[in-house]
Design a protein around this ligand. Structure first.
Ligand code: NAP
Length: 281
């Protein structure tokens, strides 16, 4: 069974490929990329895979049985059309199964909701495709909070609009493990699963970061409007609204789910004590 992974130059796509290559149950693995120069060193066959190029996608998917579609990053309407290109190209090329990396988040009432809705539309398009399918809804990556540690240290705080809301964060490595299982097994075909670790509050996240990095951070809850203005000033209107909406969603409970990780992965998600300990050992 030949498996192809889109966005193979990205962090999640590349990690899924590493997990597949390490899996005894996976056959040949092909990486699809928009930017071939960023995919050097994967150690597998790489083919062109720009979501905007239907003919290119169809050619590249020749001989592929199972496809992982990694969600794109464009504006919601554009993203839906790009994902449709991939789905239609997969059908035309004879792909039998699509696995899609969707997201958890607020479906309404936040400035992140249009992005969530675009993912829900792609989910619907995949369910209607006539192909076998499995959909994972990813929790929020925890790695960016670790990557920002020096900025947080300089400010002495983490401040956002999540308040007391709990968030089922995850890591790209854990997601990749789960997606390798969804790609190589059929027991979750026809299912939509939440992929995340144990939900934690921002105050708990701060405690974990302080424990791992020796910082003295505190958590400060901001109002939704205050945080939206703060993020827009730093990131611009598009990404600022997305980030602000993500934290509003956490406050509203949209990321507070026990999730289905263990059922998919066949083992529990890495716990946060072990994750943060692993950063310093
Ligand atoms: N759960 C979360 O917290 C979270 C956070 C951020 C993003 N996401 C979503 O998760 C996805 C994967 O995350 P990641 O960590 O792998 O992100 P990443 O490292 O930034 O990689 C994004 C990948 O998407 C590819 N891509 C974007 N638009 C494309 C298009 N039109 N056609 C083909 N490839 C395209 C990029 O290709 P190039 O190398 O050519 O740019 C890159 O390989 C993201 O794309 C986003 O939808 C989730």
């Amino acid at each position: 069974m030949t498996i192809a992974v889109t966005a193979a130059s990205g962090q999640l796509g590349a990690e899924v490929i590493r997990k597949l290559v390490a899996s005894p149950s996976a056959g040949p693995v092909i990486g699809l990329v928009r930017s071939p120069e960023k995919a050097l060193g994967l150690g597998i066959e790489v083919r062109p895979g720009d979501y905007g190029q239907f003919d290119q996608l169809k050619t590249s998917l020749t001989g592929v049985d199972t496809l992982l579609l990694v969600s794109g990053m464009d504006a919601p309407d554009k993203r839906i059309e790009q994902h449709r290109n991939v789905i239609e190209a997969a059908k035309a090329a004879g792909v039998k199964k699509i696995v899609y990396t969707s997201i958890q988040g607020p479906e309404e009432s936040s400035s992140f909701s249009p992005v969530v809705q675009s993912n829900r539309q792609t989910e619907a398009d995949i369910r209607a495709s006539g192909l076998d399918w499995a959909i994972g809804r990813n929790g929020i990556y925890i790695e960016p909070d670790v990557d920002y540690i020096e900025s947080y240290r300089a400010r002495g705080e983490i401040a956002n609009s999540a308040g007391e809301g709990r968030c089922g964060y995850t890591t790209r490595s854990e997601l990749a493990y789960a997606y390798a299982r969804l790609l190589t097994r059929s027991d979750h075909d026809g299912q939509t699963v939440n992929l995340n670790g144990t939900p934690i509050t921002q105050a708990q996240l701060v405690d974990y970061l302080n424990g791992a990095f020796g910082t003295q951070l505190v958590y400060r809850a901001m109002s939704s409007a205050e945080y939206a203005a703060d993020r827009t000033a730093e990131l611009g209107p598009f990404f600022g609204a997305i980030i602000a909406g993500i934290y509003d969603g956490i406050r509203l409970g949209a990321n507070d789910t026990p999730g289905d990780f263990e059922a998919v992965a066949g083992r529990p998600h890495q716990n946060w004590d072990d994750y943060f300990r692993s950063l310093t050992t």
